[in-house]
Write a protein that binds this ligand. Structure first.
Ligand SMILES: Cc1cc2nc3c(=O)[nH]c(=O)nc-3n(C[C@H](O)[C@H](O)[C@H](O)COP(=O)(O)O)c2cc1C
Length: 216
């Protein structure tokens, strides 16, 4: 089994999502000995925003020679989409920044959202091509959004990831959530304890179980 561990927090050692992804990966490995882990730190090594030079995979082949920059950018996108497609399990640290995900994580999604690789359009509409994977998202938030309709409408982090991974064909998407971590020491400790309990529960479910569930 191959596991791809992705972090995107910019808070380095103070990051809550990095702490949770480490625990999730350790827990997964304990339950699945022999799992091979690949690591991607998007805060240290993020692809650039999509640009005219990196849009190659979205354009029909023109036959025109590619510039050196375009070739380099295409190679970055190809490496990222291949790495994603090779993984059976993907663990993603996804903090809530300004009501959405870090732009580094969005830049990664923009590179792996490739027609013919992760999705395609059919006469019946879009079809995901990356099915059969388990995605576990460590979602961290300074405030609390999950307990009210107003809060849920304001966050474009979990809801966005649900949409985009669903679009790629992923049906086993699990969230481990620690929210309210900026609301004081006691709420933070409670949020972490709840998330850690949920991480323990993750192993109870086998990989690629075809349900979408919120576990925290
Ligand atoms: C740039 C930035 C923007 C943030 N925006 C929000 C926000 O919109 N809503 C919120 O509840 N918390 C916000 N926070 C707090 C983070 O969600 C919280 O610190 C969380 O722990 C981030 O995960 P991390 O520690 O893994 O980086 C923000 C933090 C940063 C650094």
């Amino acid at each position: 089994m191959k596991l791809l561990h992705i972090d995107s927090s910019i808070l380095a050692a103070n990051s809550v999502s990095r702490r949770l992804t480490r625990q999730i990966v350790a827990q997964w490995r304990a339950g699945h000995p022999g799992t091979v882990v690949d690591y991607l730190d998007l805060a240290l090594n993020s692809p650039s925003h999509l640009s005219a030079d990196s849009l190659g995979f979205r354009l029909p082949a023109s036959g025109a020679a590619l510039s050196e920059v375009q070739q380099r950018e295409n190679a970055v996108s190809e490496a990222l989409v291949s790495q994603f497609l090779a993984a059976d399990v993907i663990v993603v640290g996804a903090p809530l920044y300004n009501f959405s995900i870090p732009s580094q994580l969005k830049a990664w999604i923009d590179r792996v959202a490739q027609a013919g690789r992760t999705f395609t359009y059919t006469d019946k509409g879009p079809k995901g091509l990356a099915s059969g994977k388990t995605v576990i998202v460590a979602s961290t938030r300074g405030g609390v959004y999950s307990t009210s309709e107003g809060g849920r409408a304001m966050e474009h982090q979990e809801s966005y990831l649900q949409t985009v991974f669903g679009f790629f064909g992923i049906t086993d998407l699990r969230f481990v959530r620690a929210e309210g971590v900026a609301m004081g020491e006691a709420p933070k400790a409670r949020a972490l304890a709840a998330a850690e309990l949920e991480i323990k529960a993750l192993l109870v479910r086998p990989a690629n179980e075809p349900t979408v569930a919120l576990v925290a």
